[in-house]
Ligand binder design. Structure first.
Ligand code: ATP
Ligand code: MG
Length: 422
């Protein structure tokens, strides 16, 4: 409308990533992907949206994510699409589609890593967004507890490299058969029905649709009830129990400290056996920074063969909230100063050349006075200022001023690179 003042802000539950935070962010994602690649988990990138069914069948309709949090829409061709709420089902979809399962079956596991935005319609709060960013890994095709241990160690290595202080909680949630979790869910269901009136109102429905998830409740009343609930670890079948024992002993040998938490469950339906979370105590309510587990039933629920797997996802938004080793500020090798009229283009040329040689170099493009450029250079925390005045221009030299000691020397341009590398 003419004359009306327009103002927009980022949609609820989303945020803009701005400098200098954005530099720490990029460094964090790079650190994650490098740590994962060193362990053989190579990058994969899937679309930001998928056919809705990938999540309905992969994640499970009784999960909170599918039941309440998905951004689902119909496209112009009438297909039901969903902005991905998580990365595992899409990665498995891609593995099945591209017949990487041949590799996964012949020489397992297929090891992949991803980084990207996820979307869930949640109540936004600190560390809980509607668009958030995850880095994660998946190891597909093996049931071996060695693979569980390797995945958990890779998560621990990433958090240690970051310098994030965390504790690792570990559990096994068995497998769906009557010999294992099936029987446990029946026992748990009985317990929950007997205590229904003491549960928080919003948790009563869970007891019918997915009783295990009652352990995941953040409601005080429910948490109180669950203190006396039966525990999955008392109901594991022999194979799941032995698998869990091996994972624990391997982690012990690797020197990865963990605490057993028999009440730890995962929010998504496809998980089996090993479940784990790394928590950062400094974070408060939303304190899980990396979480994952085994998902031996996922491939089949997507229409594929039986293809066990394990992986984790880590919330970058939450990691950014805890103190870590990554520096926000970029350090610059040099600040080029054009000290005289008509020297700007020569300064730009010199700057561009140095940048192409791999140096990070700042340059003032506003034609300001030498004095204010020098002030700016000091503020920028560049190591040196490279001053290009009329004399230097005539002789093909530059003056290099060490900004820490305020000493300067005139050198030829041929010597400049080795001076900067010093
Ligand atoms: P929560 O219990 O906190 O809702 P979840 O079980 O839904 O977690 P996962 O699906 O396992 O979480 O996702 C793995 C990680 O991704 C979480 O541990 C967290 O660090 C991050 N994460 C999940 N949902 C969000 C969100 N809405 N905003 C920011 N980070 C998130
Ligand atoms: Mg959640």
């Amino acid at each position: 409308m003419p004359g009306e003042k327009q103002s927009f802000s980022a949609p609820k539950g989303t945020s803009d990533l701005l400098p200098p935070e954005s530099l720490r962010w990029v460094a964090l994602v790079r650190l994650a992907m490098e740590t994962f690649a060193r362990a053989g988990f190579l990058p994969v990138d899937t679309p930001i949206f998928e056919a809705t069914e990938v999540f309905e069948r992969g994640v499970g309709e009784t999960s909170e994510v599918v039941g309440k949090q998905m951004y689902t829409f119909e496209d112009r061709g009438g297909r039901s699409l969903t902005l991905r709420p998580e990365g595992t089902a899409p990665v498995m979809r891609a593995v099945l589609e591209h017949l990487m399962i041949r590799g996964a079956l012949a020489a397992p596991p297929v090891k992949l890593a991803y980084a990207g935005p996820m979307f869930r319609h949640e109540q936004p709060q600190k560390g809980r967004m509607r668009q958030f960013f995850q880095v994660g890994i998946e190891a597909i095709g093996s049931e071996s507890p060695l693979v569980d241990a390797e995945a958990i160690e890779t998560g621990a290595a990433f958090l240690d490299a970051l310098g994030a202080e965390t504790r690792l909680l570990l559990n096994s949630i068995g497998h769906p058969d009557a010999s294992c979790r099936g029987e446990f869910q029946r026992v748990l269901g009985e317990f929950l029905r007997a205590h229904e009136s003491a549960l928080a109102e919003i948790d009563r429905e869970r007891t019918i649709s997915n009783p295990m998830r009652t352990f995941d409740s953040k409601e005080r009343a429910t948490i109180e009830v669950m203190k006396d609930a039966p525990l999955i670890t008392d109901h594991l079948c022999d194979e799941c129990r032995s698998h869990f024992e091996q994972v624990r002993s391997l982690l012990g040998e690797l020197g990865v400290p963990f605490e057993l938490d028999p009440r730890l469950v995962r929010g998504l339906d496809y998980y089996t056996r090993t479940a784990f979370e790394f928590k950062a105590p400094s974070l408060g309510a939303q304190d899980t920074v990396l979480a994952g587990g085994r998902y031996d039933g996922l491939a089949e629920s997507l229409g594929g063969p039986r293809l066990p797997g394990i992986g984790f996802a880590s919330g970058v938004d939450r990691l950014m909230l805890i103190p870590n080793r990554l520096e926000g500020a970029l350090s610059y090798d040099a600040y080029v100063i054009a000290a005289g009229e008509g020297l700007e283009s020569e300064a730009l040329e010199l700057t561009a050349k140095l940048r192409r040689r791999g140096f990070s170099v700042l340059l003032d493009l506003q034609g300001r006075s030498m004095k204010s450029q020098l002030k700016d250079a000091v503020r920028s925390a560049a190591r040196v200022a490279i001053i290009l005045g009329p004399e230097e221009a005539a002789s093909g030299d530059v003056t290099v001023r060490d900004l820490a000691t305020a000493t300067q020397e005139r050198i030829s341009r041929d010597e400049l690179e080795s001076r900067l590398s010093r």
